[in-house]
Write a protein that binds this ligand. Sequence first.
Ligand SMILES: C[S@@+](CC[C@H](N)C(=O)[O-])C[C@H]1O[C@@H](n2cnc3c(N)ncnc32)[C@H](O)[C@@H]1O
Length: 266
Amino acid sequence: MPQLLDYPRYAWQVWRGDRSRGEADLDASRRADLAGLVDFSHPLTILDLANGRLRPQYAILRAQGHRVIGIDLVNRPERSWQGRAYAVARALYANRLRLPSSAMHSDALVCGDVGRLPFPDATFDLVTSVAAFEHFLDVPSVVAEVARVLKPGGVVWTAIHVFTAPSGGHNLSFAEVPLRHMPPGVEPWDHLRQRRLPFSVPLNEWRIRDYLAAFTRHFDVLRHYCHMREGEHLLTPEIEAELAARGYTRDELTCGAYVIIARRPG
Ligand SMILES: C[S@@+](CC[C@H](N)C(=O)[O-])C[C@H]1O[C@@H](n2cnc3c(N)ncnc32)[C@H](O)[C@@H]1O
């Protein structure tokens, strides 16, 4: 659950450019991972799965000249104070990323459910998704839909916020990535141990092996790796032993973000 100071801290991070640098780093990682698999030298048709209110990757890929479509439940007009705050944040992101403001335009955003993609078969060269799969409550349907809308030989690149990480319950400071400091009175990995803190967003609680199994059913999984380590300093020998007895490894407990790269056969 966001703490009182999280909102100003988050706004400061957006203002200072830390957040947009994180997005630029993700883009750079994606390009490096996909070199040799996807030809970025000509415009691609790309789906940003669950683009989010700030739609950073949608904008970054559009600014590179690709035809990008974003789909998310939040893609609808919002006239509340929150909607206006997001508009300001988007403008700041575009500014810090040196994107033309047109990159953020909503003209290619679809309001919809990722489990029932409203696109014809074999539409996209690339599907990308950041910090979203952990929120999908029917992952097998989403993975099957992604396979359907990708062209044969098309690739999916996804970065998943891992549930077993210290911040995996999404109820600790959302303003700190990776999570370094525990709020007073909160035990590390509370969401796997005592579950005292309620989750503030829907989470499927999947583990890395579950995602890999789901992707393997429809794709050739080409590579998967931990993209961001988190909380190694929080994992005391006592906590590690307690969670090891329940089958959690040090590796998964300290992985904040996991990348899966997979290709549709054909
Ligand atoms: C944490 S946000 C990530 C957004 C964005 N990718 C980013 O990195 O800023 C997760 C997004 O998943 C979307 N989402 C969750 N379940 C969805 C569903 N079934 N269909 C479409 N969008 C969904 C939410 O609306 C939310 O915008």
